[in-house]
Ligand binder design. Structure first.
Ligand code: BES
Ligand code: MN
Ligand code: ZN
Length: 497
């Protein structure tokens, strides 16, 4: 992994950074510290500003080389838009944009004067800015034996703010979240030969160092529990399935837990209903739901969230083999409900069926949120920037959608309804595992709903957003870590004591 910049906070420019970053608003006004710096530039920067297309609008950037009268060899002017409009989402984005520019500069260090013309900016904004910067810096190059020619990488970033002390404290929490997102991205980016169900379970096991209880159920344990649905999917792989249960107890024992469940198909070939060859390699990312759950648990434990949280991930590999499950098979799930297999490529719902049932049965959570790269249909409907949200509970769905707007991990509510439910009725069993092409994302969600009992539940279909997504200001890697910041924020805003 390429080195990440170390981020520090101070009250005044303490290092002799060669690059100074100054904020200007849409009126080209800047704060007191930046005014002080600019006063030292002989001749001022008026001519540079007049010559450039810099406007001060959010994300507008202007580089001034070798400003005479200053020891710094570069100034980077950053537009922050209307004073007062810099909210958490904008600060996050700005952090990513500034990192992108500084990276191109090939400088080792930079000092960022984090202030507006009106003066102090909230410490939460400084932390969010730092988070955006750090997430943009993430680069998955584990298997590149010839590293990119980067003799100088940005190693030290100093954020200068009058309330640096408070900002540093808020950043410590945001850093825990960054590490959770990075873990999720690492898992999604990892190649499937290096990350089977057991390897994945061991990665989750590492959270014990942070105080998370981690239990790993073997095939035998799951047989005893009657998880015939999940187990069938893994039958064709030489690498046996695992179910991992993570528990973070940050609140009193009497507080009912919240629960997060992830689809962890480490590779989805489709099985006997095999997928076409084109882009099948992308199916290494079919465990992005599980990766987000592990990343989330890391974030919650890392910042010692005052919540009792359960993470459950079903880890399997879907391959064709003499032992594979087949179309026509009828499985008995842990819930006792029977499932006729009509397509072995509709495997994620089979994994989640047992994981969801197990979670509500054992933990009686306040709610369950599952994340899954469940259907191609959701990518057709919503593209790769918005995830599908399905829920049996309007209050939970409302909180999730609202939180997504705050973190920029957008969700769009999709329908559940009786017609979609009917589409998965089976002639031979209680249900079949696919309702066909029409309404594919909704019929899949409807299938999951049959395994949540009366628990308030939401399903996030992240097939479009978790991987292969377009470059954004805060992510340039294939795996996005979608869901970690969202659910961390959901917990923070609504479920911490
Ligand atoms: N893992 C896939 C869904 C997927 C597709 C994720 C593209 C990411 C990108 C899932 O297991 C699957 O194969 N779904 C089928 C369901 C169908 C057989 C009913 C699909 O969407 O085609
Ligand atoms: Mn599949
Ligand atoms: Zn799948």
């Amino acid at each position: 992994m390429a080195p990440l910049p170390s981020i520090s906070f101070s009250k005044s420019v303490s290092s002799d950074a060669s690059t100074l970053v100054l904020f200007l608003d849409s009126a080209n006004a800047c704060g007191p510290a930046a005014t002080g710096v600019l006063a030292g530039v002989s001749g001022g920067i008026g001519r540079a500003l007049a010559t450039s297309s810099f406007t001060g609008k959010a994300g507008s950037l202007l580089e001034i080389l070798a400003p005479s009268g200053l020891t710094a060899s570069r100034l980077l002017l950053v537009g922050i838009g209307e004073a007062g409009e810099l909210d958490a989402k904008a600060a996050l984005k700005l952090g990513g944009q500034v990192y992108g520019k500084l990276k191109d500069f090939k400088v080792a260090s930079a000092s960022i004067l984090f202030e507006a013309a009106t003066g102090e900016l909230a410490p939460e904004l400084a932390a969010e800015f730092a988070l955006g910067l750090r997430l943009r810096a993430y680069d998955w190059d584990k298997y590149k034996t010839k590293k990119k020619d980067e003799t100088i990488t940005l190693a030290d970033v100093e954020i200068v703010a009058t309330n640096a002390g408070k900002a540093k404290k808020v950043w410590a929490e945001a850093l825990a979240v960054a590490e959770g997102v990075e873990l999720a991205r690492n898992l999604v980016n990892e190649s499937p030969n290096h990350l089977g169900p057991q390897d994945f379970a061991s990665e989750a096991g590492k959270l014990e160092k942070l105080g998370v209880d981690v239990e790993v159920l073997s095939e035998k344990d799951m047989k005893k529990l009657g998880m015939g649905s999940l187990l069938a999917v893994g039958q064709g792989s030489a690498r046996p399935p695992r179910l991992v249960i993570m528990r973070w107890n940050g609140a009193k024992d009497s507080v009912q837990p919240v629960a997060f469940i992830g689809k962890g198909v480490v590779f989805d070939s489709g099985g006997i209903s095999i997928k076409p060859a084109a882009n099948m390699e992308d199916m290494k990312g079919d465990m992005a739901g599980a990766a987000a759950v592990v990343g989330l648990m890391k974030a919650l434990a890392g910042r010692k969230a005052k919540v009792n949280a359960i993470g459950v991930i079903g880890l399997v590999e879907n391959l064709p083999d003499g032992n594979s499950y087949r179309p026509g098979d009828i499985l008995t799930s842990m819930s006792g409900q029977t499932i006729e297999i009509v397509n072995t490529d509709a495997e994620g719902r089979l994994v989640l069926a047992d994981a969801l049932w197990y979670t509500q049965d054992r933990f009686k959570p306040q709610f369950m949120v599952n994340l899954a790269t469940l259907t191609g249909a959701i990518t057709v409907a919503l593209g790769n920037q918005i995830a599908g949200l399905f829920s049996n509970d309007d209050a939970l769905a409302g909180k999730l959608a609202e939180t997504g707007d705050v973190t920029g991990e957008r969700l769009w509510r999709m329908p559940l309804s009786a017609e979609f439910d009917k589409a998965i009725d089976s002639r031979f069993a209680d249900m079949k595992n696919s309702g066909g092409r029409l309404g594919g994302a909704s019929t899949a969600a409807q299938f999951l709903k049959r395994f949540v009992n009366d628990t308030p539940w939401a399903h996030l279909d992240i097939a479009g957003t978790a991987m292969g997504s377009v470059d954004t200001d805060i992510n340039r890697s294939w795996g996005s870590g979608f869901g970690v910041r969202l659910l961390d924020r959901l917990v923070r805003d609504h479920y911490e004591s």
